[in-house]
Write a protein that binds this ligand. Structure first.
Ligand code: SF4
Ligand code: SF4
Length: 382
């Protein structure tokens, strides 16, 4: 063994494990490196997709799970076009991201949902059904309304104090669970880097900048149009989540405001962004010539339905259809709850945390590498 090369145990089950998350058809790969050469986002310090594929082929679980590369891929597909072995590295990177989501979640629920269509669909339906039970329970038992009055046109104000706490729980629970994974991801990807605190501090804005601008996607020349839709979707959902967490009492009211009031136009703008961004994602996926799973459709569809039902509540309220507003509001809660508790907590939406975090940690690694003299030959030789 060459001096400085770390001995790493191989895991013969790794490939089979990855394939439980989706297509990973890379056995024909002969490591020519054309995919990496074609990738506009690969560099000397982030060598992908070839390196990740190589780790998987060799059964090197530890460096694969400790790698950030799959999150740095923006899914443009250039590598798949140039691959002489039709190994489809782009799809392999998608599968690796699902696999990593499963590794990051300490509850094991994400792994189940990402591997099984049945578990995914059943969890969405179960949470939606429980939400219906909670809504009925609130009206019939908590408020003591007779069943005959469930179809009576009432204002929504009576439920706002309760729904405020409910909304905070279904938004903050996923956030807290996601934050608990930050420590786990740091341990898996950064604990061996010995990066100084100054590197974390000086690169903190890199993650924030990416989360706000989604600018990395623009570096792929073929992805400019996709970046616009993605930016609208990320900005719309981010705005709506911020409003729901920090300004729910102001945003959620039966008061009638003029159109120029921020309470209205901020909501309309965020909903329009989500509708445009979600629609472009759906159209792109319909046109895509790649493997799609139900969970690939789940998030954009749920986001669109949440935005449409939320807008419907507003329209019915402002046009005086109180009973319609009441039912539209119940439908909005029934759609939004599984989206937050299943998709955001254990599904694809978790990437809104993982991607910026990966950019941040990668920037920290690169900053630390400039500050700490490189240990010659150290690392995994692939
Ligand atoms: S271009 Fe294809 S064959 Fe070459 S390294 Fe990449 S995945 Fe393997
Ligand atoms: S899909 Fe695009 S960004 Fe991702 S590895 Fe391939 S070329 Fe690079």
């Amino acid at each position: 063994m060459a001096s400085g090369i770390l001995p790493v145990p191989t895991d013969p089950t790794l490939l089979a494990d990855i394939r439980r998350y989706g297509k990973f058809d890379i056995t024909g790969c002969y490591q020519c490196g054309s995919c990496t050469l074609s990738c506009d986002l690969a560099s000397d310090s982030v060598n992908f997709p070839r390196k990740s594929i190589r780790y998987a082929l060799l059964g090197l679980r530890t460096p694969l799970v400790g790698g950030l590369e799959p999150w740095l891929c923006e899914d443009c597909g250039d590598c798949t076009i140039v691959c002489p072995r039709q190994a489809d590295p782009r799809t392999s990177m998608i599968t690796l991201r699902r696999f990593l989501c499963g590794q990051y979640d300490w509850t094991g629920i994400a792994a189940r949902l990402l591997r099984s269509r049945t578990w995914y669909m059943a969890s969405l339906i179960l949470v939606a059904a429980l939400t219906v039970v909670l809504i009925l329970g609130y009206h019939l038992w908590y408020m003591g309304l007779p069943a005959s009055q469930l179809t009576t046109a009432l204002g929504l104000e009576h439920m706002f104090p309760t729904i405020t706490y409910y909304t905070l729980v279904v938004i903050l629970f996923p956030f807290l669970l996601l934050l608990s994974r930050v420590l786990r991801i740091w341990r898996l990807t950064m604990s061996g880097e010995h990066a100084p605190a100054s590197a974390y501090w000086s690169e903190a804005w890199a993650s924030l900048r990416h989360a706000v601008t989604q600018s990395r996607m623009r570096k792929c020349p073929s992805e400019h149009r996709r970046w616009i839709g993605h930016w609208f979707l990320a900005t719309g959902t981010g705005t709506m989540l911020a409003v729901k967490v920090f300004g729910l009492r102001w945003f959620q009211t039966d008061n009638i405001y003029p159109i120029y009031n921020p309470q209205r136009w901020i909501g309309y703008l965020a909903a329009a962004f989500i509708l445009y961004g979600g629609a472009t994602v759906l159209v792109r996926r319909l046109q895509a010539q790649k493997e799609m799973r139900p969970r690939d459709w789940g998030l954009p569809i749920l986001l669109l339905l949440t935005a449409v039902s939320g807008l419907s509540v507003n329209i019915f309220r402002y046009t005086g259809f109180a009973l319609c507003a009441h039912f539209a509001y119940a439908l909005h809660v029934v759609i939004a709850t599984p989206m937050l508790l299943v998709e955001m907590t254990f599904g694809k939406w978790a990437h809104m945390l993982y991607r910026p975090l990966a950019f941040y940690f990668q920037a920290v690694k690169e900053r630390a590498a400039q500050q700490i003299p490189a240990q010659e030959g150290a690392g995994y030789a692939v």
